[in-house]
Design a protein around this ligand. Structure first.
Ligand SMILES: NC(=O)c1ccc[n+]([C@@H]2O[C@H](COP(=O)([O-])OP(=O)(O)OC[C@H]3O[C@@H](n4cnc5c(N)ncnc54)[C@H](O)[C@@H]3O)[C@@H](O)[C@H]2O)c1
Length: 277
């Protein structure tokens, strides 16, 4: 019961990483206020998750709706202690020589401004008793090739925003950190490519099979892997940790496959004649 008596606001909690975090925080004793655009799922969760759970419709591209979510959380439970700025989607997949300004603006509103405004409108409440903010970034913040360019740029922005906000808010006993998921089996990939339910299951199954060849920990990432790390960053165990991030990626970013798999071709294999290897 790490969060007994605490209020946690979680965005994007009707699916995937956010949903696993809602469930974990409820098990740990928190009041959870969840904001999402998926009203059907949010309403269904209201009837199944009990009195400690509240759903408020919230489109995180809209600042007034983020403010309303924070106000609602504080009015309903008496304050806010933890904020998980997590809602997101893959957004436009266009390359840099194709993307329109409007699509770029949408990606930034969904993935970066939403986090800034989440921090902005939670802070007046968090200042009253201190607290923790966790923002969802991504491995896409570090390297090309893992996600669309607008998405990846926004996620890199989330990391820098996390640092700067941590610096400004430490005086109010507010810690700000980020998590960087690797490939986690959720609906995000299917939603990004417009796949139907059956195709979505296929995509996640293929991700499971591919895990062993893309990262040292040879299993797919699951939403609980991220939820546990969010809880760690929200808990007193990390009371001296702020302005940083945790990669939760099964080691995906440690290096190329040759660094963990002796069978995988490495740089030497590419440049040195076979008899000299
Ligand atoms: N799954 C991965 O491999 C992965 C990797 C790195 C980062 N992430 C990030 O994790 C976060 C959660 O994604 P997920 O993988 O759980 O995907 P998901 O599709 O399962 O969940 C995304 C949630 O965000 C909600 N959402 C989407 N647009 C919204 C909006 N405008 N306003 C409010 N809610 C909105 C959806 O309804 C859904 O509940 C995202 O920020 C995503 O970029 C995911």
């Amino acid at each position: 019961m790490r969060f007994k008596g605490k209020t946690a606001v979680i965005t994007g909690g009707s699916s995937g990483i956010g949903r696993a975090t809602v469930d974990l925080f409820l098990r740990e004793g928190a009041h959870v206020i969840m904001g999402d655009i998926n009203v059907d799922e949010g309403t269904a969760m209201m009837s199944s998750l009990g009195d400690s759970f509240h759903f408020q419709q919230c489109d995180v591209t809209q600042e007034d709706q983020i403010k309303a979510l924070m106000d609602y959380a504080a009015e309903t439970t008496g304050g806010i202690d933890i904020v998980f700025n997590n809602a997101g989607a893959g957004g436009p997949r266009d390359r840099i020589d194709e993307i329109s300004g409007n699509d770029w603006d949408f990606a930034m509103a969904l993935l970066l401004k939403s986090v800034a405004m989440g921090i902005r409108h939670a802070t007046p409440y968090l200042k009253k008793r201190g607290g923790a903010i966790i923002n969802t970034a991504s491995i896409c913040a570090f390297q090309a090739g893992f996600g669309p360019i607008a998405y990846s740029t926004a996620k890199a922005g989330v990391l820098h925003l996390t640092k700067l906000a941590a610096a400004e808010l430490a005086q109010h006993k507010i810690r700000v950190n980020a998590i960087c998921p690797g490939f986690i089996q959720t609906n995000i990939f299917a939603a990004t490519v417009g796949a139907n339910k059956e195709e979505a299951l296929q995509i996640n199954a293929i991700m499971g099979q591919a895990a062993a060849s893309v990262q040292p920990i040879a299993r797919p990432g699951v939403p609980d892997d991220i939820a546990e790390t969010v809880a760690y960053l929200a808990s007193d165990a990390t009371g001296f940790v702020t302005g940083t991030h945790i990669l939760v990626d099964g080691g995906l970013l440690v290096g190329t496959p040759a660094s963990w798999n002796p069978e995988a071709p490495g740089l030497l294999d590419a440049i040195v004649p076979e008899h000299l290897r």
